[in-house]
Design a protein around this ligand. Sequence first.
Ligand code: TYM
Length: 337
Amino acid sequence: MSAHSPRVFSGVQPTGNLHLGNYLGAIRNFVRLQEEYDCLYCVVDLHAVTIWQEPAELRAATLEVASAFIAAGIDPEKQIIFNQSQVSAHAELAWIFNCVARLGWLNRMTQFKDKAGKNREKASVGLYAYPNLMAADILAYRATHVPIGEDQTQHLELARDIAQKFNNDFNAPDFFPLPEPLLQAEGARIMSLKDGSKKMSKSDPSDLARINLSDDADLIARKVRKARTDPEPLPGDPAGLAERPEARNLVGIYAALGDSSMERVLSEFGGRNFADFKSALTELCVEKLGPMGAEMKRLTADPGYVEDVLARGADRARAIAAPVMAEVYQTMGIVHR
Ligand code: TYM
């Protein structure tokens, strides 16, 4: 049993094009968890700038992610919604963790390899150290549970390794909790609509590869219609999707959006063709995403309100992180008053 009281932390980067994968893999779960936990939901702007961002776009994207949190149903009065850079504990603890994490651990991070690509020498130092900042985000609040999509599980394991090493290095058992990932059964890994072997991503050059939370009904319909499939009708059970990644992805999206399972979806649609299934999928997407998109638009038109939510959230977040940082410094022998 952990000595730490349960607390949820998660973050989303403000890098434009929030999409269905972000929603089904993470944000939707944020909304559910608020019934059971104290939660902090963070727009991680310091993570975004590990790759150069156009300042006006960064600002707009920060407000857009915060608006998405609120539009999805997170209550900013009950839970804490804020942007990372307004709470200096994140950057401070990240530096400490730069000194705890080992180069060998970071060298194994597949996301760095993907994002840096062939030109690794030209990647920013921040992009490399990014997972240490992510560990700091979580542990500055001693968060115990972290809702994420599958692509972030390796980073979360690193956060656990960092927590464990800090606790050992300073002979402070249980100083930091070992945070647990919370993954969705359906939705933890939504793939590109154009290629079932690639995850749906903000940075895909083709907008047709993803459904953005800001897309209107016509655009959603067009993207679903153009989504890649295969010529076979849908199988009667999930085993029949094994070698059909695009079909599997669309059935998974339908199951996740409808709070159902692939079994149940296929018991309804097994034997039917994609034209039928795609029109049902379009309808479900529009029904679930439409109202949220409209609310996001309404909120982004009122940046004063959203900025206010972020500032008040940051005040509350600071109040939790400050005593943790004081204990970190004291434990390490760093004079800090
Ligand atoms: P980011 O901004 O890339 O994505 C935000 C969340 O969306 C999930 N996600 C997906 N889930 C399912 N299918 C997909 N195709 C898909 N694409 C993205 C991500 O797993 C994530 O949960 N490093 C993080 C942000 C972060 C963070 C943190 C998360 C920074 N500090 C602390 C948790 C705790 C990231 O880049 O997420």
